[in-house]
Design a protein around this ligand. Sequence first.
Ligand SMILES: Nc1ncnc2c1ncn2[C@@H]1O[C@H](COP(=O)(O)OP(=O)(O)OP(=O)(O)O)[C@@H](O)[C@H]1O
Ligand SMILES: [Mg+2]
Length: 619
Amino acid sequence: MGLVIVADVFTLIGYAYRVARGSTVLTFTLAIVSAGIGVFLTYLVGQVVGAVPGVVADQADAMSMVTFGWLLAALLATFIVQSVLPAIRQVAEWSMANGVARDIGVQVTDPLLAPHRIGHLEDTEVQDQQLRAKGKEGYQVGIGLRELPHLVSSRLTLIGSAILVGRMFSWPLAVGLAAVTFLMEWHRRRVVEGEIDSWWGLTEGQRRAWYLFNLGMKDAPKELRVFGLGPWLVQRYASVWLDAIQPVWRARRRGTVKAAAVALIHLGAHSAAILLVGRAALAGDLPLTQVATAVPAILAVGMSYNGYAAVQVKRGLTAYVAMRKLPQVIEERHPESAAISAPISAATRAPRPVGSMPREAVRFEGVGFRYPGAEVDVLKDLDLEIPAGEALALVGVNGAGKSTLVKLLAGVYKPTSGRITVDGVDLQDLDLSAWQRRVAAIVQDFLRFPLSATDNVVLGSAEHANDSQAVSVAATKAGIADVIEALPAGWDTVLDKTYDGGVDLSGGEWQRVALARALFAVDAGAGVLVLDEPAAALDVRAEAELVERYLDLTSGLTSLIISHRFSVVRDAHRICVLDGGQIVESGTHKELLALDGRYAAMFELQAERYLVEGGAVDA
Ligand SMILES: Nc1ncnc2c1ncn2[C@@H]1O[C@H](COP(=O)(O)OP(=O)(O)OP(=O)(O)O)[C@@H](O)[C@H]1O
Ligand SMILES: [Mg+2]
């Protein structure tokens, strides 16, 4: 099949067959049938035209009127079938494309989403591989598959029509015309490739232009107005876009000459072929039937190129190979991420059940951690014990590694050195999936799902989604129930303004929704509660409420709270100070103040700012 190798094409068809059997068979059968019918129609036209003079003159050796009538009827019937086929083909193709798109969606996202750890998500090689698998303009495997029946059809039409030219007139001519048509397709492919790239903004410059465009449209509408950047942005966008499109235009101008040359060769060859047929007919060397078949067959050969389909099928194949390799790339580069729910240190041993762990303590034992690709360690030989049932607080300056410690505790990253144990069992040997269900967390960059208020809470434990009583209790504890009930559609209100009837919450309200989500997970069975900066966006009253309820909310749980606000952490059973990748101080609020170390210095600095004349730091 020209430059698209036949075996590869079967690979693609085989894939479509596995995921959408019926529609794939129908699609490709119809593609073959419709090409066959096209060629047959050309043949019939030749037969009809060739028979006309004999029938009209009523010659003795001519076709009988009845046979001629049948021939015409056959022509008509074939024509009708040929006319209705495209509609059926389209339905079959859409159905195949839908089935395939569903599967591709799973194939290119599942290997990234399934692992319990997230290191692979930050690996640019993995991201690139996923992009190759996905394709830049949509699911490329699907686009390729949608074009494949058209390519198959046009190839079969070309072969069938060339055979007609060969049989009715001349084999060398048939081969020559097919070659010229391939030349045309080869050239079209190169043009189409460039056009697709520039159309989809796949060039570097176009990506920059797209970025500026989106910046104005959706990414930063507020900042743009506040800083009065509108006119600047429009100008910048226009100039970047014009710059980016220059090479495309230059290439098009250069390409025009070549395109004209190729088109001339193509047109010349087919015109010459028709002239040759005409000359042979006039010389009486070629019967009318053969003339009437050869001419439309020559035209059909000439039209049987499809540069667009050839490009898309080839790209679809490349994407398919990348898609198949994606899980392997992740597994090779991130063996710790690839093991789905198997214990990570010993793939052969069964994972240890989590049950109601921790009953004793979670311990960080000499834990060191460095982000993939980073140059410095965030944590260095860190020891920390979180006794079961205790409310522990962690403080430290920006970038100290507090959120990182949370990620390790939740098992989304694996320590670079040392280990984390739960009741003495290495986290590596635990059923990581079950452990992650045991941990409920508000992470610092918690998600704001553009879903209903209910969904935003129940996503803490999706399998308990129908427990509306628990949803309400969690929201009340988090101090957000009243706000949600006052929304236009109450609990069904979508928390995103871009949806019909949707609303946006304030930063502090969102934070309370996130707290409700974590508390809902606790209600559903999580025994470890992690709150990373739960008060960052809360107003004074909400913060005071959180502080007041903090020990109550965490009673019976093993909890870790992180906050820069000392009012929030001071009631914890124990407070640890993280600095230089290690725990440098540990004790109750009172003990740490008495120690007069780093904690005391930070606390006094903050408290000082709130001191009223004559007041004192409340220790
Ligand atoms: N995904 C990441 N890849 C590489 N480095 C990271 C990543 N996330 C965080 N870091 C780096 O790790 C260090 C610790 O970050 P972390 O978020 O744990 O700090 P933190 O103590 O939570 O700070 P904050 O008080 O600002 O929340 C920082 O220097 C940060 O730049
Ligand atoms: Mg943090």
